[in-house]
Ligand binder design. Sequence first.
Ligand SMILES: Nc1ncnc2c1ncn2[C@@H]1O[C@H](COP(=O)(O)OP(=O)(O)OP(=O)(O)O)[C@@H](O)[C@H]1O
Length: 278
Amino acid sequence: MSDMTATATSTPLLELRGVSKSFGAVQALTGVDFDVHAGEVVGLVGDNGAGKSTLVKVMSGIHLPDDGAYVFEGEERRIGGPNDPAALGVATVYQDLALCDNLDVVANLFIGREEISRGPARFVHELDEPEMEKRAAELLRTFSINIPSLRAEVGMMSGGQRQSIAIARSLVGDAKVVLLDEPTAALGVAQTAQVLALVKRLREQGLGVVVISHNLSDIFEVVDRIFVLRLGTKAGTFAVGDTTPEEVVGAITGGRGTVRTQAAAAEAQASGGEEAAR
Ligand SMILES: Nc1ncnc2c1ncn2[C@@H]1O[C@H](COP(=O)(O)OP(=O)(O)OP(=O)(O)O)[C@@H](O)[C@H]1O
């Protein structure tokens, strides 16, 4: 791990301290400490119901924790809803993408934050299409996102291109931290590679990235550090260079052997040892 020293010594971009959250009788998170640094990709893994989505929703301000602190760039912040993390530069890309299929790439990138230019009459405001198109092109160039045409409808595009556009949209507002919920779910091999390459470019640009994934091979390919949640508590954090899929699966299951990840299954198949993945 090349940047673990920097990670260990620098102030995290985003830090949660002692976060707890319950839904009625369900204790989804209990005293969770989490952090992500600039230029770092953290993989958030855990069994179904472990609390991953809840933790990400605390980071994005959708869920307000019952207890704990939200610290951004070393300062504790008051979070009252999703606008507060967004204003700090914490952007979320959800699994369902929420793109508008009948709109083109530029329109999708700027939805809800259209550039306005003053028209000739004092009170006439127009969408500044040339400016949006220019910024869209710059953004896609910066992150090497290949889209056939900025004016093509996104409904016509591949899953990988759509996911890339959804990620690019989160970057329009000067994001510092990007939260990705299962960015490669439902993608084929080539499209997954395209999205993982984009995640690496986010890191190169100095963003902090949090990726939820059930796919350990994707996680091992792209992240610097793996954060394991089990039953709403932190079960461990592992530098990818210093751990193995077996160790991570062990942390996910707590040795109970109930999780069978794709990576572990593939590895077990390759070695002929079915039990290794259990
Ligand atoms: N809005 C909610 N209302 C009630 N219970 C909830 C709510 N959101 C999550 N939970 C519960 O909190 C626990 C953690 O759920 P969460 O969705 O965070 O897990 P997860 O690790 O993301 O799971 P998965 O991998 O299945 O998506 C679960 O027991 C879940 O049923």
